[in-house]
Design a binder for this molecule. Structure first.
Ligand code: ADP
Ligand code: MG
Length: 195
């Protein structure tokens, strides 16, 4: 009796729980200073590999060369986005991302907002889930106004939606380009044999 219901429940129930716990997360990567891994494109490639330890990397965008935002007197950035399937909770994922950033020499002590950095890893979007905790807001609070994050994200998750409004990422990018046409030229897809 126990074995009968027990076995049925365990296999079906465990599979159900596993499916529920898996998240589809879009992570934004950015860098404009060399790290111990090499130039920014080498850092981003190594970081994308490290993301594979947190789940399954299902897709990655091209690299984009982007104009710095906010603080103009610094090198151009390289940006990309990765689609990660992970069982990690959002908070644990952010901790893991900050650990990877630190491993590539990210120094937050300067405190210069939008300043130069060896590696920036942001949780841009989680499919079907919004997060609003101290230190973590998803979708990323500035995603809708950042072409450098939306352009690579749209390459791999064009139909992914803002959980609050239902708008797709393509709609967000089109709206941003309509409001600020100059942003189109500020994000340029590039080829790199390091990526
Ligand atoms: P930004 O990525 O906006 O240029 P930082 O990388 O310096 O800025 O991050 C500043 C803080 O933003 C981090 O300490 C982190 O706690 C917080 N944060 C809030 N939401 C997110 C998110 N979705 N992804 C990454 N960091 C986030
Ligand atoms: Mg960040």
């Amino acid at each position: 009796m126990l074995a009968e219901t027990g076995a049925g429940f365990t296999s079906g129930g465990a599979a159900h729980l596993l499916l529920k716990a898996m998240r589809v997360v879009y992570i934004g990567l950015g860098a404009n200073l060399a790290s111990s891994a090499g130039p920014p494109e080498a850092t981003l490639a190594c970081a994308a590999e490290r993301l594979g330890a947190l789940g399954r990397v299902a897709a990655r965008s091209r690299l984009y060369s982007t104009a710095p935002v906010g603080f103009a007197d610094q090198p151009r950035f390289l940006n990309a986005a990765v689609k990660l399937e992970t069982a990690l909770e959002p908070g644990a994922l952010l901790d893991a991302l900050m650990g990877i950033e630190a491993g590539f020499g990210r120094d937050r002590s300067g405190g210069l907002k939008n300043g130069p950095r060896t590696l920036d890893l942001d949780i841009l979007l989680i499919e079907g889930e919004a997060v609003d905790e101290p230190g973590l807001v998803v979708p990323h609070p500035r995603l809708a106004e950042r072409a450098f994050a939306l352009a690579p994200l749209c390459e791999i998750g064009a139909g992914a939606r803002d959980p609050a409004s239902g708008a797709t990422m393509t709609e967000w990018l089109e709206r941003l380009f309509a409001e600020r046409p100059e942003e189109r030229g500020a994000v340029v897809g590039i080829e790199s044999n390091l990526w």
